[in-house]
Design a protein around this ligand. Structure first.
Ligand code: GLV
Ligand code: MN
Ligand code: MN
Length: 422
């Protein structure tokens, strides 16, 4: 049996290695199919080659690593384990990456043992939605829910998703046929992740079991006023896009604070022409709204859309609104989550059940196959920031729990009922 602490130290070192593959020096930024993503794929592929795995990059840029199983009644089954390899700008070293690297550590920990199911480690290509403004490109392609329209979206340099895929040496025409098929017998998807805020730390626990993932809306708002001279235009004759945006941002914060567990964020704002002595003619803002209850989230979005229209009208401006994401909340699979809770207990951790406020590839995979998540404590509750960190002992517990889970699944009669009969 492996020493889980030793494997956990290796996991940390490997996350730090992958952190060096970045679009900018001195920080971590690795967006969808950017050149450092290729370095990441190469590095991980080298790690798993000695373990008897086959690796490939699929048409959506997901790294797919397959560790063979014994099969059941001559049929091949697989359990998917993974997370995302893309990052936000100025990221930490663990969000997403940790889940992929722990999945690889599981393959190391089982020491060549075979299970009835193959273990497929997936490094999803795109989860954060940074390059094209929409998240989950990799997992949506795999779940078969990626709209064709998404392929035509363009990044800040005018490159479309389709072109980005071709530029990476992949074939965008294969996207429509790359979704998991019934006959691939994928029995489930498991994701380890660090991005859960201060909850586990505050309750002094290493690991959590995710019960559900909050739904999320992402929209773009463009307030259009009139640019004019900052010195010559009296205050009562202005159509200031930034002033309208500021009033609306106040409404966003007030709404979120007034509804339990609702979170709403304006994380990006761009003023045009964006200089000090010109009243802004245009202000473009992002809105991100999340709640575990879809109706509460939708009601908040509706209210904030109305507020934007009302504020624009009262100031003689126009507002354009574009919906980018309307992702419903999803429950995790109760059987898999129950198995995780049992595995955690056997690994000496009291399972803590929680709802995820962050979005994850598991919420997309759950639309296709039973999916579940294991959260790890985040010191200081920080993620999406270089200060993001993780404790070695928590990673060791996560690996131990993962190995325990594989053994349980292989032995479970409920699990066997997933298996096709001859
Ligand atoms: C992903 O990190 C998200 O929840 O925005
Ligand atoms: Mn993230
Ligand atoms: Mn993440």
């Amino acid at each position: 049996m492996h020493d889980y602490e030793v494997l956990a130290r290796e996991v940390m070192a490997r996350c730090e290695t992958l952190a060096r593959f970045s679009e900018n020096a001195g920080g971590i930024r690795r967006t969808f199919l950017s050149p450092p993503m290729r370095d990441c794929h190469r590095e991980i592929t080298n790690w798993v080659a000695p373990l008897g795995c086959k690796s490939k990059v699929d048409a959506a840029g997901n790294l797919r690593i397959r560790y063979p199983g014994t099969g059941v009644n001559g049929r091949t089954l697989s359990l998917l384990v993974g997370s995302h390899l893309d990052t936000v700008p100025n990221a930490g070293a663990y969000d997403g990456v940790l889940g992929v690297v722990i999945s690889v550590a599981l393959l190391r920990a089982i020491d060549g043992r075979r299970f009835p199911f193959a273990i497929e480690v997936v490094g999803f290509s795109e989860e954060e939605g940074i390059r094209f403004g929409i998240p989950f490109i990799g997992s949506r392609a795999m779940a078969g829910t990626l709209d064709e329209e998404v392929l035509e979206r363009r990044d800040a340099d005018g490159i479309s998703v389709r072109e980005a895929i071709a530029d990476f040496g992949l074939n965008p025409a294969e996207i429509s046929s790359m979704a998991l098929r019934e006959d691939e017998n994928a029995i489930g998807y498991l994701e380890f992740h660090i991005e859960q805020g201060p909850v586990l730390e505050n309750s002094d626990r290493s690991l959590g079991v995710v019960e559900a993932i909050a739904g999320q809306s992402r929209l773009k708002f463009i307030f259009i006023g009139r640019a004019n001279h900052a010195g010559t235009t009296p205050m009562n004759l202005r159509h200031d896009a930034v002033a309208a945006a500021a009033e609306w941002i106040g409404a966003v914060e007030r709404r979120a604070k007034s509804v339990p567990d609702l979170v709403a964020t304006v994380g990006a704002i761009q003023a045009k022409p964006g200089v000090g002595n010109v009243i802004a003619g245009e202000a473009e803002l992002s809105l991100d709204v999340r709640h575990r209850d879809d109706e509460t989230r939708k009601a908040a979005v509706e209210y904030l859309v109305d507020q934007a229209k009302h504020i624009a009208k009262s100031r003689g401006l126009e507002v354009q609104i574009l919906e980018l994401v309307n992702q419903q909340a999803v429950a995790m699979d109760s059987f898999l989550s129950g198995q995780i809770a049992e595995a955690m207990q056997k690994a000496g951790c009291e399972p803590y059940r929680m709802v995820s406020g962050a979005g994850h590839d598991a919420m997309i995979m759950a639309t296709k196959i039973p999916s579940a998540m294991i959260f790890l404590r985040t010191p200081g509750g920080i993620s999406h920031d270089p200060a993001e960190s993780v404790r070695v002992e928590d990673i060791a517990k996560a690996i131990e729990c993962g190995v325990q889970l594989l053994d349980q699944l292989a032995a479970s009669s409920k699990f066997l009922s997933f298996m096709p009969r001859t």
